[in-house]
Design a binder for this molecule. Structure first.
Ligand code: HEM
Length: 165
């Protein structure tokens, strides 16, 4: 879904969020793997023209994710849930997840969005703030507008599994 020129970004995001979730995934329940030293994004084989390739592939997606997580984990508006969290693991699994959802050819090995965010009392405002930070990071790394919107469209339906208040 591309944002029509005459549609404000906020309205576009609201439309995305209202869309039904056809990309929700359920990661297999299992043991928490240690991905901090071996993210399986080395297995990435993005199809030419895939969203993963248009996002810049593993180097750019990794840089975008690192910037996003570092910022939200440091910002008082969004950092309450990140206390005592292994940021290396979150970064590695978020790259892997984006890779798996955008045609990068990876398998996501983390926990389901519901399980992993449960109990962190993440608010709507925190969710939207993370989306803003992610969007800024994608701009920073010169991801084209269409690819930025496509990734946000894929992530937006996960809000229902992340937000608790
Ligand atoms: C679409 C949006 C989001 C996605 C795709 C996402 C994705 C992920 C992934 C892949 C993990 C690691 C999973 C694992 O450890 O198995 C994770 C963990 C985490 N996320 Fe998110 N997340 C999102 C939104 C948010 C928001 C808005 C916040 C808070 C502002 C947040 C806070 C956290 C925290 C604190 C953890 C670590 C939880 C723990 O280890 O107990 N996430 N997220």
């Amino acid at each position: 879904m591309a944002r029509p020129n005459n549609m404000p970004a906020a309205a576009f995001l609201a439309a995305i969020l209202a869309a039904s979730c056809n990309m929700c995934f359920a990661a297999g329940a299992g043991e928490r793997v240690d991905v901090s030293t071996s993210p399986n994004t080395s297995a990435a084989h993005p199809a030419p023209g895939s969203l993963y390739a248009r996002l810049g592939g593993t180097p750019t997606v990794t840089a975008i994710v690192n910037e996003t997580i570092d910022k939200v984990a440091a910002d008082p508006r969004t950092n309450q849930s990140f206390d005592k969290v292994d940021l290396k693991r979150v970064k590695a699994l978020l790259v892997e997840q984006i890779c798996s959802l955008t045609g990068g050819g990876c398998a996501y090995t983390g926990d389901s969005m519901k399980e992993v965010h449960a109990g962190h009392k993440i608010s709507n405002a925190e969710f939207y703030q993370l989306v803003e930070v992610l969007r800024d990071a994608m701009r920073h790394y010169d991801v084209p507008l269409g690819a930025r919107n496509e990734l946000l469209e894929i992530l937006a339906p996960m809000k229902r599994d992340v937000v608790e208040r």
